[in-house]
Design a protein around this ligand. Sequence first.
Ligand code: NDP
Length: 381
Amino acid sequence: MGATGSIGRSTLDLIGRDPASFHVVALSGNRNAELLAKQAIAHNAELAVLADPSGYSELKEALAGTPVEAAAGEEALMEAVGRPVDWVMAAIVGSAGLRPTLEAVRQGTCVALANKECLVSAGDIFMETVAKSGTRLLPVDSEHSAGFQAIDLNVRESIEKIVLTASGGPFRTWTAEQMAKASPQDALKHPNWSMGPKNTIDSATLMNKGLELIEAYHLFPVGPEQLDVVIHPQSIVHCLVEYSDGSVLAQLSSPDMRTPIAYSLAWPARMWAPTERLDLVKIGSLSFEAPDYERFPALRLAREALESDNGATTVLNAANEIAVDAFLDCRIGLPSISALVAAAMEAADRAGLSKPRSLDEVLDLDEQSRGLARSLLKELK
Ligand code: NDP
């Protein structure tokens, strides 16, 4: 799922290097019919699905004369997810990934989870479904893949703290005044990682690290107070797990998503990945600093939402998606992303928030929060 995106392309890059070990059943995109058709043909997929039905004829035409079946629409995507497969990459961006990813979990398919918004928007329900279906969930986000590798579940009560690292993004050294004038082009220049636009903007505001704190809370056996963030501009150390005897276990690798993706493809074994090997002498030094919550309020908002445990993370996620789109369209400035999220969280709280108890309740709250954020957006302009 999300084959045409950044994570999807990296996944297919790895699979394409070892075609004897993998059989691709289905690939999905949203609108990019041309690339999806090319990928489906190159990887001998059985089925190619576009979530947005408007690209169906283009996809069908591009696949004419090939054995690949073409389909489109949300239900076609759900049907594809329902096909019996061993492994699915969940790399749709945003809460649009929630229903199909949950469906894969319900099927008991091993899910490689890149889509962090699933856990931010519907963490409790998502993890309850994982427990019920007995499915294996493999984190793909580099920090969570690192944590998964460094956590010893046999001594889970001895884990004192989990620290996620953040590069600090393109504005790490910018003043608040400079950040107020930042353009989408400035924000899209991530110093270390190559990612899709939503994740890149989230990294520039540090909302990405806030979403990852919430993701880590649902994936790992710790409370919110045991989760921490540290800025590490080189993006070499991805996560640190501190134990009660003072030991800290960490995972290190070059900033290339093909390492955590390869881990999720081969788990519990390891496969070769064509990533740059770490040369610590060449890197010379690794540095760490505390996050600045004044210039990056998104991180504080995400922590507040996590601690409130009342559905605020669903509101945070939905409002952030609306705000990032508005920033990318040059309708608001960078500081307005966090301002909009904060305003939506406050308004939702005043209106009486309560924790969603089912997927339908999450989807309702997500929809309402988007409406709220859209109306607040007009006041921000
Ligand atoms: P991209 O924007 O590069 O790709 C998103 C994918 O989702 C594309 O295939 C896109 O299709 C598809 N898509 C978009 N909207 C919809 C929709 N409404 N329904 C179905 N499919 C849709 O994103 P990334 O690959 O960067 O990120 C994917 C997920 O992985 C995100 O949740 C992100 O937070 C997470 N992640 C990404 C990392 C990275 O390095 N990129 C690192 C860690 C996590 P189309 O191309 O046709 O528009």
